[in-house]
Design a protein around this ligand. Structure first.
Ligand SMILES: Cc1cc2nc3c(=O)[nH]c(=O)nc-3n(C[C@H](O)[C@H](O)[C@H](O)COP(=O)(O)O)c2cc1C
Length: 401
């Protein structure tokens, strides 16, 4: 058994984003986008259009990016070539109807549109405008053309617009834009996989309103689903009740009880190549479920039965997918996880001691050991997004053999 420790991997670290900010009401949101990208270790160079300066000052973007802000095509004769040559990705957020139209028609009449033409990498655009502009067939035609040329669109969303109207046109949330950039920069090493992920807790009812459950938030499973999608997999996420928002681009199935989860897994499994069971499935179900709310009394003795063991059931099947399970334990019971891997016939198990600070339920970080038949990889405390990538890295390695 080989044991190793690996470093946290971040897709956006040391990448360089050339950000175009255009003249829309959402221009002020560029400050937050820049700040969040810099938090990820990304360097950001901003090009503003003249119209963008009516909405936000170059100084704000200079402070946020800690870099010079570019705008004029002629003040720096080589900028229209060098800025794009040095960027890993171009992002236009917000992207006005005007700039999108120019880009679609190959017009290069300012520094941003010229850089868009001289850039050979991936371009992400975040359209933002009034719904009537967005739905205009001329604009839609321009957008369709850019998408057909490989430009990546994020948003817009439906909702209240700055003009006071409701409709499609609000720029996507910053987290959504960042996720799209991350995805555009990710290797598509899971493109051939269809990955079924379970997440969150399940609930077992005593009566119509009371249940037993556990503290799982679903964060780890949702992070795995997002990472797998970024890396090109087709993803199905079966989730127990969770406050997290439904990841976009993923087939999402909401379930309640363990039996619901088992049924959903059985329905989605036949076409899946990998099953990742990160859900904290209830181990017990009340022996009886009352039809009506149980009356208050001095004492209530609860009889519990075992719930079906989803992984064991699937592990026994002949045509089973690659199976990754989770063992959330209190205390250093890694031996129990190693045993579970063999007994339940899994291909990989993720052990985590939920009593460690910053690890386990309801936090954004985790500290786990990835265990398979050949190797154990101990990860330091890191974000659940990075843990997800490390698990998928090992999956890719094992599937390549
Ligand atoms: C108050 C105001 C708000 C505007 N908001 C938007 C907007 O959100 N989206 C958009 O596409 N155009 C918007 N426009 C129109 C653009 O500013 C205009 O088309 C401009 O030429 C865009 O230039 P640029 O694409 O070079 O930045 C707005 C105009 C005004 C006066």
């Amino acid at each position: 058994m080989i044991s190793s420790v690996i470093e946290e991997r971040k897709v956006l670290r040391d990448k360089s984003v050339l950000l175009g900010v255009t003249g829309g009401v959402a221009a002020y949101k560029a400050v937050d986008l820049i700040r969040r990208l810099r938090d990820e270790g990304t360097s950001v160079i901003v090009i503003m259009t003249e119209a963008a300066k009516k909405f936000i000052t170059p100084l704000s973007l200079e402070i946020a990016s800690q870099n010079r802000v570019y705008s004029d095509l002629f003040s720096d004769p080589m900028a229209h070539i060098t800025l794009s040559a040095n960027a890993d990705i171009m992002v236009v957020a917000p992207a006005t109807a005007n700039t999108i139209g120019k880009f679609a028609r190959g017009i290069a009449d300012n520094l941003l549109t010229t850089c868009l033409l001289s850039f050979i990498g991936k371009v992400v655009i975040a359209p933002s405008m009034n719904w009537r502009m967005y739905e205009n067939p001329v604009f839609q035609e321009n957008l369709k053309y850019l998408l057909s040329r490989g430009v990546i669109q994020v948003g817009p969303e439906k909702g209240g617009l700055a003009c006071g109207e409701e409709g499609m046109g609000r720029m996507s949330d910053i987290s959504e834009i960042i996720e799209t950039i991350r995805s555009a920069l990710s290797q598509k090493d899971l493109a051939k996989e269809k990955i079924l992920v379970t997440a969150g807790p399940t609930r077992e009812y005593l009566d119509p309103i009371r249940f037993i459950s556990n503290r799982s938030s679903g964060r780890m499973g949702y992070a795995i689903a997002r990472a797998a999608l970024r890396r090109g997999a087709e993803v199905i996420l079966i989730s127990g009740p969770s406050v997290l928002s439904q990841p976009k681009g993923i087939k999402f199935v909401l379930v309640d009880t363990t039996v619901d989860m088992l049924n959903a897994v059985n329905r989605e499994l036949p076409s899946s190549t990998v099953l990742i069971m990160s859900a904290a499935v209830s181990d017990f179900v009340p022996a009886e479920k009352a039809e009506e709310k149980i009356e208050k009394s001095e004492e209530l003795l609860l009889g519990l039965h075992r719930t079906p063991d989803i992984i064991s059931e699937i592990g026994k099947r002949i045509n089973r997918p690659f199976i990754i399970g989770f063992a959330a334990e209190t205390g250093r019971k890694i031996e129990r996880a190693r045993r579970k891997l063999k007994e339940k016939d899994m291909d990989m198990i993720i052990f985590n001691d939920i009593t460690e600070t910053g690890s386990g339920f309801d936090v954004d970080t985790n500290s786990v050991v990835i265990i398979d038949r050949k190797k154990e990889i101990r990860l330091p405390l890191m974000s659940k997004d990075s843990v997800a990538d490390a698990i998928l890295d090992r999956l890719v390695e094992l599937r390549a053999k």
